[in-house]
Ligand binder design. Structure first.
Ligand code: GLN
Length: 503
């Protein structure tokens, strides 16, 4: 057997190379993310051993945090395009990892230019790496290979192992050696990821390679051509025109940041419309449409889920009794590890439940799992509603509510997130595979931004109302998608019907 054909625990060894690379990348991302708001809001004189911060107000810090966490994922679109058109996924991941090492390296410096440069590089690096490494996981499996979903679940464990280690270790390093040591640790860890990726290349010879277009290739994708065709497609052009006008109004009346974002989204919407129009067969068109519809679920899911780092985090800090049997007080940040910890505990369980049902011929469709994921996650907010009620009554609330909420959020995440990754690699037209993965991550990025906006509204309406609102909204949306399941499934034209054992 050639290296790329070798298996470990029933999966191609390449999966474990990608697993480890992504684990270190996520360690650096989540480690750095955990520090960001705290670093920005610490005074310029420094309050303790962690050293000087930037001295920003929490409003300023949260605003930058919202844009940063959104951009990191939105950059997956150009990242996916670069892979599709220029260098292939494998090289895009390599360059992404190098840029990330540089970015985290620059953040070790204390100057403000270094801060912005470092963040900018991290945004570019994640944009190049994150969508493309995920598409590569899909590339390890042939169409219809039953191992694909399980492979993505294993990959997802890698993601969260990185996040768990980071949220446990980085805080300790910072407490001892200061902020910039924490940023530096993220950088060192990323270098490990890079080395590990380079060393594992022999297991990845068959995936993520760039295929240069043949000179007379009619199939060749050109984004430039698609855009120029827009001008001879009246329907698409007028939709794009309306969106653009709305964006410009937004630019004028709102923040320039939002205006720019809307213009960017208009450009992407125009591209997606043109791709849809150009797809050769109705089957491709329908699948493309389902994929885009499923991204609505993705935005809503992350818009609710990402309260974790924001509103729920603040709630933990100020309204929750974190006293551990009178022995010590559990630090707020530790609650951020619950999600990653639960993922690691339950990912294989959830995946094997689906796999068992599949073997019995009763496999649920990805769309059903995603809708179910929204509902389960939404129910997690029921416990936050209880927490808010308890707080209103007694001035404090038990941490058991948080644990239960994060448990439900995690089970929901396991139903939607690894499933969606796998679903995209099944449904996206091959030529646009990386682009569509980019659009998917951009949707999660928009979800992050939505989460920030929803979370901020708690200062006007109170936590109780916000938690209850999220609960009701998500359960209704999830229910709606379940009602629409039949017609939606029809549109997938059996993309998931003939999966079987292939090895
Ligand atoms: N926690 C997951 C990760 O880091 C999901 C992130 C996302 O899809 N936005 O990969």
């Amino acid at each position: 057997l050639k290296p790329h054909q070798r298996e470990l625990f029933g999966q191609p060894i390449g999966l474990y190379i990608l697993f480890l690379t992504e684990m270190w990348e996520r360690f650096s991302y989540y480690g750095m993310r955990a520090l960001l708001v705290l670093y920005m809001t610490t005074s310029t004189l420094g309050d303790d051993a962690r050293g000087a911060g930037l001295g920003w107000t929490s409003k300023e810090a949260l605003a930058l945090y919202g844009w940063y966490t959104m951009l990191v994922y939105v950059m997956s679109i150009p990242g996916g395009m670069i892979a599709d058109k220029l260098i292939g996924q494998k090289k895009a991941v390599l360059w992404g990892a190098i840029v990330l090492c540089l970015g985290h390296g620059v953040l070790v410096l204390t100057d403000i230019w270094a801060f912005y440069t470092g963040l900018g590089l991290v945004i570019l690096g994640v944009g190049l790496l994150k969508p493309n490494i995920s598409t590569m996981v899909g590339g390890l499996y042939k169409e219809g290979d039953i191992r694909r979903d399980k492979g993505f679940s294993i990959f997802y464990i890698g993601i969260n192992l990185g996040s768990l280690l980071a949220t446990m270790i980085v805080g300790l390093v910072v407490a001892e050696w200061g902020w910039h040591a924490g940023f530096g640790l993220a950088g060192i860890v990323m270098v490990l990821g890079l080395i590990n990726y380079i060393a594992g290349q022999k297991y990845l010879t068959q995936v993520g390679n760039y295929e240069p277009p043949k000179a007379d290739d009619a199939d060749e994708v050109s984004y430039g051509k698609l855009y120029s065709k827009l001008f001879s497609s009246p329907k698409q052009l007028s939709i794009a025109g309306v969106l653009l006008a709305a964006s410009l109004v937004g630019w004028y009346f709102m923040d320039w940041g939002y205006g720019l974002l809307f213009v960017f989204l208009t450009a992407i919407a125009a591209l997606l419309m043109m791709i849809y129009k150009e797809l050769e067969t109705q089957v491709y068109k329908d699948r493309f449409l389902v994929l885009l519809l499923s991204f609505i679920m993705v935005i809503i899911f992350w818009g609710a889920f990402e309260q974790a780092g924001g509103l729920m985090n603040l709630y933990t800090e100020s309204n929750t009794d974190r006293n551990f049997f009178g022995l010590f007080e559990i630090p707020t940040v530790m609650f951020q590890s619950l999600n990653a910890g639960f993922i690691i505990m339950f990912a294989t369980l959830v995946a094997s439940i689906w796999a068992k049902r599949k073997l019995k011929g009763k496999e649920a469709s990805s769309l059903f799992k995603m809708a179910l994921g929204i509902i389960i996650m939404g129910f997690g907010f029921l416990f936050m509603v209880f927490a808010a009620m308890e707080f209103q009554k007694s001035g404090t609330s038990s941490m058991i509510w948080l644990v239960l909420a994060y448990l439900f959020h995690t089970i929901g995440e396991l139903c939607i997130s690894p499933v969606a990754l796998s679903f995209i690699t099944k449904l996206a037209p091959i030529k646009y595979a990386s682009l569509m993965m980019g659009v998917y991550f951009a949707s999660t990025g928009l979800g992050n931004k939505v989460a920030g906006i929803v979370g901020e509204s708690a200062s006007d309406y109170g936590e109780y109302a916000v938690f209850l609102g999220i609960l009701i909204f998500t359960v209704i949306i999830g229910g709606l998608f379940i009602l629409l399941l039949k017609p939606l499934k029809r549109l997938t034209h059996g993309a998931e019907d003939n999966e079987r054992m292939m090895h």
